[in-house]
Design a protein around this ligand. Sequence first.
Ligand code: GH3
Ligand code: MG
Ligand code: MG
Ligand code: MG
Length: 312
Amino acid sequence: FVKPLDIPQLVNCLESQLKLAQSSPYRILIVDDDVLLARHYKVVLEHAGMRVELISDPREVLEVMRDFHPELVLLDLHLPECRGYEVAQLIRLNPDWLRVAIAYLSSESDEQVQANAVGYGGEDFLTKPISDLRLVSAVCVRAARSRQLSEAIDRDSLTGLLTHARIKERVNIEQQRARRLGKPVCVAMIDLDHFKNVNDTYGHAIGDRVIRALAQLLRQRLRQTDSIGRYGGEEFVVALPECDTAAAKLILNDLRESFAAVTFNASGTTFNVSLSCGLVSSDRCAGGSNLLEIADQALYRAKAEGRNRVCE
Ligand code: GH3
Ligand code: MG
Ligand code: MG
Ligand code: MG
């Protein structure tokens, strides 16, 4: 029997962390051979809105991590085949899991043993017995931190837009979703015109300011459901789901004109920068087409035809 948690009391101190979890619950992996106790933890954490996987055999850890993508691993120290710190060490060997938080949860009370375990890669040592409230708050705070870090890693540091890898992934996901829904996704590749001149004339710092200005304009103008990424130095990719070519062309031409009208100040003068854009809609291509490649070809045509234009 699990007594319901005093959620209002929790929410007071965990408000921002719980808010983060509303869109998608935190994923917690518990590795513990004390199945009864671990099941209790699972129920408690699920009651607080998290998703929990439970394993008692440490040999399953890597496989479950690959499928479940936990944000926090709660590790027992004394396991049948090995020690929890060996599992932590194994997880830390794989750079794909840098963003996963690891905390021990064990009845081990020897401080030297605890310190050694933390030295192997777990960040923290929680001790059993642990109250439900303490468990939820400890797990929630660590999972939230892990998610915040993870989201930061996926963002380009100059612009805050999605990184190259993440926008490529988004384009693929949207392409599959478009096929399922029978509604097209439009993908645009945008590149600043004669940007080398901007850097050469006004310096790199001013060039950076221009890149940030375009990022800001894209964020302002596009919908919450659109994806925006910095694909390369002065190249951007946007994915516009549930949008046909005609609508996308209007949006992008509007953006193009707005950006060309932005006046930048540097070295006592003013200047403007234009952009070129290549556009493709998934409903004009075969199923497995590489939309980014086709958008890039359209961008090449926009450059060849004189720049400051949108081509399909
Ligand atoms: P085009 O109209 O054909 O695109 O000409 P361009 O000069 O814009 O094209 P090119 O690809 O030759 O040059 C892009 C320039 O963008 C070269 C590089 O120095 C600059 N660049 C790339 N990344 C950054 C960045 O992060 N900051 C700044 N300031 N410049 C960058
Ligand atoms: Mg144990
Ligand atoms: Mg350029
Ligand atoms: Mg370029």
